[in-house]
Design a protein around this ligand. Structure first.
Ligand code: GLU
Length: 419
């Protein structure tokens, strides 16, 4: 059924869904409705390149469900984007939003493009064309986009401007993750990384780990990984290694993270920062440390790596970093406390929710209010997850997914099937 949703990432989400549905005893006839997206839109995005030629890019937006409110989720610009991956990410967004009690269904979008090969003008043209193609299918109460891999505040500003030009008025609430200068919220850029760090702090309390005497490894140094590394460093954690898609650095004495953040803010990537601490990016996840933070892409931790990982807390800042096979290994490794992705990186969408609320009300908050409210919501999600993991005798991941899935199921059940 639904062969259009295929590939390893969707298969992974499908298997997680099956495990969670079995735990919750969801009737079989209700399952397809909870698994498959409400709708998926494929668009072709032609743009003029700087050399005068025309190139067409494929784009997708998958709206997983709209039962709890508008669908919500990021848009990624990446080389390997396909419909199955975007659909899986939309499903994870649904569980994430429901777990955090946000009034949203999940969505995700993407364009199959390497954004680093585009000029600034080409990137603007592509961003605007993508939103233009999707205008009939989105809206502040239908589907609200946000940044993800390969997109940023600037791309969100172009999305918002394109939608607003069509509407004939400024509609800031159509996307989140915008610059503060045009309706964004303070604290959104740092939100995902801050949320991850907050939950690492909570996990450390649970396992009695003194973070100021601990070490960490961060894989991925984009908007999320760099903030986590910076915040952990400020808390006194020794950051042994960091990496991105261009380079990896390892120093057992600890890396100078403020220096690296400064370098990346100027050069965009880690490459070229140092020759002394260079290491093989493939080995970074298996370096012995207290806190391991995968903050890059899906499926980087397979069965072999899961067996070799030597950490106390695994904080999944990325979406879907751990394969099903790796998860089976972790289920036999009580030595590792896992903060599963749908919980761990939910600070981003939580503060996106705050941005949307502020835009709808045209009433803006102080950064301290944003941070305090985010931590409160994340704490609720965290304790809900670890308590129900104990009660149900399941992993933290299954407890988090089940909490999200159950909320969606209950609301669907109460609303009934139309017509
Ligand atoms: N792309 C982010 C995520 O995967 C943020 C989504 C949002 O803010 O809507 O959670």
């Amino acid at each position: 059924m639904f062969d259009i949703y295929s590939g390893p990432v969707f298969d992974m989400a499908r298997q997680q869904f099956k495990q969670a549905s079995d735990i919750l005893n969801i009737p079989f006839d209700q399952r397809d409705r909870l698994l498959y997206p409400k709708r998926a839109i494929a668009v072709t995005c032609p743009i003029h390149k700087d050399d005068g030629s025309t190139v067409v890019y494929e784009g997708y937006r998958v709206q997983h469900h709209l039962s709890l409110g508008p669908s919500k989720g990021g848009v990624r610009f990446a080389k390997n984007v396909d419909l199955g991956e975007v659909a899986a990410l939309s499903l994870w967004m649904s569980w994430k939003c429901a777990l955090m009690n946000l009034p949203y269904g999940g969505a995700k979008g993407g364009i199959r493009v390497d954004p680093y090969t585009l000029s600034a003008r080409e990137l603007e043209a592509l961003s605007r064309r993508f939103m233009q193609e999707l205008i009939p299918f989105v809206g502040p109460h239908v589907d609200v986009m946000a940044p993800d891999i390969g997109t940023n505040e600037q791309v969100m500003a172009w999305f918002m401007d394109t939608y607003s030009n069509d509407a004939g008025r400024t509609v800031t609430e159509i996307v989140t993750g915008k610059p503060v200068s045009c309706g964004g919220t303070v604290g959104r850029r740092e939100a995902t990384g801050r949320g991850v760090t907050h939950l690492i702090y909570r996990a450390a309390e649970v396992i009695n780990l003194d973070l100021s005497k601990s070490s960490a490894v961060v894989q991925g140094f984009g908007n999320v990984g760099s903030v986590v590394a910076g915040e952990l460093y400020a808390m006194g954690v020794k950051i042994l290694a960091v990496s991105d898609h261009t380079a990896a650095y390892h120093d057992s004495k600890g890396l100078n993270i403020p220096d690296i953040i400064n370098y990346v803010s100027k050069h965009g990537v880690l490459k070229g920062y140092s020759t002394q601490s260079l290491t093989d990016p493939k080995t970074i996840l298996t370096i012995k440390c207290d806190v391991l933070v995968p903050a890059a892409v899906e499926r980087v931790i397979n069965e072999v790596i899961a067996n070799k990982i030597d950490c106390k807390i695994l904080a999944e800042a990325a979406n879907g970093p751990t394969t099903i096979e790796a998860d089976a290994v972790f289920a036999q490794r009580p030595d590792i406390f896992i903060i599963p992705d749908v919980l761990c990186n939910s600070g981003g969408v939580t503060v996106s929710y705050f941005e949307w609320v502020q835009d709808l009300q045209q009433l803006f908050w102080e950064e301290s209010e944003v941070i305090d409210r985010m931590k409160k919501i994340m704490d609720k999600g965290f304790y809900n997850t670890i308590n129900s993991a104990k009660e149900l005798k399941v992993t933290n991941r299954m407890a988090a997914i089940c909490a999200g899935l159950k909320r969606i199921y209950m609301s669907r059940k109460a609303r009934g099937l139309f017509p």
